[in-house]
Design a protein around this ligand. Structure first.
Ligand SMILES: Cc1ncc(COP(=O)(O)O)c(C=O)c1O
Length: 357
């Protein structure tokens, strides 16, 4: 696929836009800085961070570390304020209001449809199909995606926990070539790293992956994510992202969390979470009032309860917050339960053994 063909998928206004050039984008922060109307003095308590200065819009150190971790190149990355921002940028760049539509595969993460609605784009649906022990994409996915500017997939999927196959994504990206993007949201892929679609990126320029530091990397409070895509797509998204999206302290903390020592701790925690997920799954399956359990591949399990909304209410009264999924298509009475520390899971188990008995 030629770069021009990929760029032509974007809204004409965005392609024609002369992007805002911030002081820090025009010149790096070297020498005497009299180009950005900043204070010349750092604030009291700055701790050497130079918070009086605007941050690098896309810090090279963070990009190269993420590229290493994600097995890609810095030019394929845009660092964002969480995946939520990546989703929003993609919809705003590629979907014309009142004309284009996105495809979602519910039950799924709510921000794909919300971002489309905010942009005035349509939302087509290809609902997941319940198999005996999980959920799968429908057989007519390629037909349903036909004519959609962006098809949003998620693997492992929130809230069902199922993964999707490389073959399915490759077939969809091939079918959509020249007409639309296929976005695979890999927010939870660190819990099932072998399932990442990164290996497809070189062959499929219309494939986009979303990653986040909010889940396995434990940085939800930092608001950092990444869009991984062809440099043509990255360049288009950069045109509309805020001039200075990444606060200096956020970037500095992320670099600490992504060093080898911290990642070794994280690997131990991920192994513990997987073991805890199995333990919680076993107990839930035997709990009174639980009809079905889908353990999935991420850091949560989905259950169907005798009365899902009541389970959420009763758990809240006992000090335990769960997430009601009853409003999602096909998930009546379903509740998503995040795996916590062993102590938190013990509290959940204690509550569940009593609930509805
Ligand atoms: C599938 C999925 N994508 C994206 C997000 C948002 O991630 P972030 O915190 O990076 O905005 C979430 C958060 O729950 C999610 O479940």
């Amino acid at each position: 696929m030629k770069p021009e063909a990929l760029a032509e998928l974007a809204r004409p206004e965005i392609r024609a836009l002369k992007p805002y050039a911030s002081a820090r984008a025009l010149a790096d922060a070297a020498g005497i800085l009299l180009n950005a109307n900043e204070s010349p003095w750092p604030p009291v308590g700055d701790g050497g961070m130079a918070l009086n200065r605007y941050p690098d819009p896309q810090p090279a150190g963070l990009k190269s570390r993420l590229a290493e971790l994600y097995d890609t190149r810095p030019e394929n990355l845009l660092v964002t304020r969480g995946s939520d921002e990546g989703i929003d940028l993609l919809v705003r760049v590629f979907c014309r209001a009142g004309i284009d539509r996105v495809l979602i595969c519910p039950p799924c993460f709510g921000m794909y449809a919300l971002s489309a609605q905010v942009q005035g784009a349509g939302v087509a649906q290809a609902p997941l199909v319940a198999t005996g022990d999980g959920f799968d994409l429908p057989a007519d996915l390629v037909d349903k995606a036909d004519g959609c500017r962006i098809a949003f997939l998620c693997s492992p999927n929130n809230p069902t926990g199922n993964t999707i196959s490389v073959e399915t994504v490759a077939a969809l990206a091939t079918a959509q070539q020249g007409t639309g993007l296929v976005v695979v949201d890999e927010a939870y892929v660190e819990f099932a790293p072998e399932t990442s679609m990164i290996r497809l990126l070189a062959e499929h320029p219309n494939l986009v992956l979303l990653r986040t530091l909010s889940k396995a990397h434990a940085l939800a409070g930092c608001r950092l994510g990444a869009v991984i895509a062809d440099p043509v797509v990255i360049d288009l998204l950069r045109r509309i992202i805020a001039p200075y999206p990444l606060p200096t302290p956020t970037v500095s903390i992320a670099l600490q969390v992504l060093n080898e020592d911290s990642l070794a701790t994280e690997r131990r925690q991920l192994a513990m979470l997987a073991a805890e997920r199995d333990r919680v799954t076993g107990v839930l399956a035997d709990s009174p009032g639980i009809v079905k359990v889908w353990p999935g591949a991420a850091n949560f399990v989905l259950v169907r309860a005798a009365d899902g909304p009541r389970l959420v209410r009763d758990a809240a009264a006992a000090g335990i917050r769960l997430r009601d999924q009853s409003a999602q298509p096909g998930l009546a009475d379903c509740v998503r339960i995040t795996i916590g520390t062993p102590e938190e899971n013990n509290a959940l188990i204690g509550f569940m053994q009593e609930w509805n008995s």
